[in-house]
Ligand binder design. Structure first.
Ligand SMILES: [Fe+2]
Ligand SMILES: [Fe+2]
Length: 190
């Protein structure tokens, strides 16, 4: 059972805040990563289903996920660093930043296969090996990365960030998701 973060006992008494939205981002990450795994095992899926799933995964990883990493590196981490942090939280923030760069490399390896499948689902056999390897790598990465954030960083944020800091965090997250003029926003950020 994966850890449910951001909402704890009694949390229903307050409206959702930025930490709840970060937790919701993690749920979406897990959902799209599961879809990537099904894509890798998709020999029985219809061509249309394969193409739609591949396009969906590619769009999520290209458009939405980077906003979540920015939320953490450019908003959450600075907010936390303004407090006096225990060593384990400081170390976890450093690891988080480095792992976001590792993630870029994993996604860059998978993206050509997702895009190829989105435009030509009949090419699935050509990409199946890479899709499986990338899905496996992503699964292992997220187990480690989300686990650290949910065990160490998010609980520290819940403990240390006051209402003003959480509202600022929320404003910065929403600003990253403002539609760009002239470009359709088709995927919710994070
Ligand atoms: Fe992260
Ligand atoms: Fe995260």
């Amino acid at each position: 059972m994966l850890l449910q973060i951001g909402r704890n006992k009694g949390a229903d008494a307050r409206p959702p805040d930025a930490l709840d939205e970060l937790a919701a981002c993690h749920a979406r990450i897990r959902s799209f990563t599961q879809l990537a795994a099904r894509l890798a095992d998709g020999s029985d899926a219809s061509p249309q289903a394969l193409a739609e799933a591949a396009a969906s995964v590619a769009r999520y990883y290209a458009v939405a996920l980077p906003k979540h990493a920015e939320d953490e590196d450019r908003s959450l981490a600075p907010a936390l660093r303004s407090a006096t942090l225990p060593d384990d939280v400081l170390a976890a923030i450093d690891v988080m930043r480095v792992e976001h760069d590792e993630l870029d490399a994993i996604v860059a390896a998978a993206m050509p296969a997702w895009n190829a499948l989105a435009s030509d689902p009949s090419s699935w056999p050509d990409h199946a090996g890479l899709l499986r390897e990338c899905a496996r790598t992503l699964g292992l990465f997220w187990d480690r990365h989300l686990g650290l954030e949910e065990r160490v960083i998010f609980p520290a944020a819940r403990k240390l960030l006051d209402t003003t800091a959480l509202e600022k965090l929320g404003r910065e997250m929403r600003a990253r998701r403002q539609p760009t003029v002239g470009i359709a926003q088709t995927t919710r950020g994070g």
